[in-house]
Design a protein around this ligand. Sequence first.
Ligand code: AMP
Ligand code: ZN
Length: 485
Amino acid sequence: MSQTDIRTKIMTELTLYNSLKREKEVFKPMDPKRVTMYNCGPTVYSYAHIGNARAAVVADVLFRVLRHIYGKDCVKYARNLTDVDDKIIAAAKETGFPMYEITEKFAKIYQDDLAALNCLPPTSEPKATEHIGGMIALIETLLADGYAYESDGHVFFDVSKYDEYGQLSGNTLDALKKGDRVGEGEVARKKQSADFVLWKPERDGVGWNAPFGRGRPGWHIECSAMAKSELGETIDIHCGGVDLKFPHHENEIAQSNCAHGKPMANYWVHNEFLNMGKDKMSKSLGNVVLIRDLLKDWDGEVIRLALLKAHYRSELIWSENLLKESKKNLDDWYRVKNDCMRFAPNVKSKGNAETIDFFDDLDTPNLIKFLSDTGALQSLRNRLVHEGMTMQVQLEMQDALVIGYGIWLRTANLLGLLQKDPEDWLRGKGKEGGLSDDAIDNLIKERAEVRAAKNWSRADEIRGIFAAENIILEDGKDGTTWRRG
Ligand code: AMP
Ligand code: ZN
């Protein structure tokens, strides 16, 4: 099979569960040279939790897969930052800091947290406050075309004007009696309770001039405007957590479809919740674990692998054990990487990977199973190390190892795993106040010297220091290597 055949085969094999159609579909981008995806990002006024991280990591895997199939420069991924919102305004009032200082600080923290989980930076990260003009233009179109109405300083979307309202979430208009998350006094101003706000009056000095009155945008219109400006009127894939299906995504669809007369997105991909026991992890329930806090004890790759252990459309129950198990997996895999790198130092992380089953709706558990199955690689490596063999057999084995290891490594790369140097990984970070890497290297040098000088008491002392610090030495023919146990 030629390279082109392989590409074509893989391209036709990516399927995604489309929440809008409620079925799995073969993914076909509108333009394979410009594949577009949008992900609803955070409201930046506090630290992100590990449930938020799940949504970001799932989107990152999808981004990596699309780049793998269509080429790295052919995928445009926008993830917004909501930097104007009632909660931010309240935080500014409470702390006395200007709004932008709060949002800049938490946007940076969010980006750093996700980078530690090996999430690639999206191709664009639009801020809501930089797209107010686009929001106003969209609202003007909706008003002009009769989909929206003004009421006492507010603008509302009239859901009765859009026949397909409720299609994504399955909510009928009757079921929507409770309406949207409503601001103060909004209910009395609406024609019907399911209508949602597009524009609301200035609050605490936060507002922009608009033809329909000075004010600030509703949450939903932000994403419609940013997706349009960054990616276009119709995008290929829109993602987010299932909690966003209604009302957020339902309302994005209503606004964008009515303003543009075409679908907002062709595929809607939603990740399930990360749960603490039976409950969704959420700020309102007070059961959150912050990414920031976890990173103090665990490497970002461990957290990432833990997040990928369940299929994105299944709930993931968070636990300490999940982290421990993921750490153990990665330790094993890094040992394999370390061993194989000696025989296959030039294997690249780009190229074909073991993707066929994975491409069926991003089956990450299946791919993790493949990564765990390292028996064949290890036996090749063991034979190369230990067995005397003819040059011919050795070369054949080495070829087999290069091919097998290449597929294995590139598969890990699709998941954003095994991105570190194996020696660094196996050595570990070390505890605060413990021996530094340099101190360990020096002690190993000294150990060799005192042994050569038959100074056994110092050699014993050094052995004691390593034992107390749980540092494991491995003497090999190329010298002594070490890792933290
Ligand atoms: P929020 O800041 O609450 O708007 O959430 C940002 C992203 O994280 C959205 O895509 C949410 O759907 C997602 N999200 C929030 N909580 C969870 C959770 N417990 N499990 C999975 N995804 C979540
Ligand atoms: Zn959104």
